[in-house]
Design a protein around this ligand. Sequence first.
Ligand code: NAD
Ligand code: WQD
Length: 386
Amino acid sequence: MNYHLKKMMNGGSRNERCILVTGGAGYIGSHTTLQLLLEGYKVVVVDSLDNSEEEAVRRVVELAGSKNGLNLYFYKIDICKKDDLERCFQLFRFDAVIHFAGLKAVGESVAKPLHYYFNNLVGTINLFELMANYGCKKLVFSSSATVYGQPASVPCTEDFPVEVLNPYGRTKLFIEEITRDLQKADSDWRIILLRYFNPVGAHPSGRIGEDPRGVPNNLMPYVQQVAVGRRTELTVFGNDYNTKDGTGVRDFIHVQDLATGHSAALQKLFNCSDIGCTAYNLGTGRGTSVLEMVAAFERACGKKIPLRIADRRPGDASEVYAATEKAERELGWKAQNGIDEMCRDQWNWASKNPWGYRHAHSDRPDNEQAFTERVSHVVRGQAVTT
Ligand code: NAD
Ligand code: WQD
């Protein structure tokens, strides 16, 4: 077994809360990890780096600063390998888990359903079994607005019927159902399902952001790649919907707001003994059309985004946005950013990192060598290579 642990630093008091973040090197996971570090949590990230780069973790440490950065520990682990994951449970006592790890490309899930079912479901079951065995029964799970399918009306409230249209969506729905069964069987579990709408934007520093591999599936990463010259034009999937300008309408939410939403959910888990298994939407409650979003990005980057109108994309809903009252009322959380802030921050990230993290090695900060020395020192100290 090539068990690769990087304990980023070894500070932090024994009394602070320790959170396991699966998929913490990914887009939403990296922003949330940073938020948790800044709030003083100790964070253990496990990620297979299947759809992310270790550079993202390095930058999270850098942004967290010399004190809070001491509290991040990173393991390159595939959670489908239960023995590897168990090593983490042996090394740390987790107070709660935020479970982001999973594959998320809808089209790929249609082409490779078994790959999606295996990765997303087996990894999750391994995680839940270990949580139960090691007595950590507080969970925040990354669900998705995809569980609303093509909603009959908007805004979507959490009690809408669930309907999924592809294998990816079914993995989210199956995991939601598993958590409901788990909590029913053992009332010690406290579980929050966060249904994200359409995450966009980046950390305002421009150091971390979304970096999809291959052709982007989602609107804003595609727009971003047109703006930096990696792609020639955006294809708009349909302008004949019954919406304000005929293009699809979505609830875009700044990734920084998602990060604070996870922090609010954790607080709820710690403070509310009868949370049971509860779903919350994380959205802004506002619907923005594809063309409105493109126009906002054009304002942010000062460039024209060439586009071509094409047929509708199969499976797309015309209009989806969140009812936000439940999260506001029960989590005390509300999204703060509008589409201009989302596009401003996404462009800041894109213009500084036009090729994402992968061409980033030349722009590491001057203290990189010192950082690497600290990391290797701690890795030796931990002696977890087997
Ligand atoms: P992401 O791909 O950037 O992050 C997911 C991370 O999980 C990646 O770093 C990947 O390497 C890791 N991972 C995947 N399988 C793993 C495994 N078996 N073991 C360990 N790590 C593994 O995606 P994201 O946008 O940050 O999404 C995070 C979560 O939120 C996912 O579960 C996704 O389905 C969900 N979600 C995302 C969106 C969205 O539009 N971005 C919307 C709703 C829900
Ligand atoms: C938004 C709008 C497209 C790309 C997906 C998943 C969902 C969730 C979020 C994970 C639609 C249009 C897009 C393009 C376009 N992810 N579009 N040209 O489909 O709302 O949700 O991501 O859980 O599960 O399904 O997001 O960004 O793909 O599309 O015109 O190149 O942009 O038709 O109207 P979607 P999206």
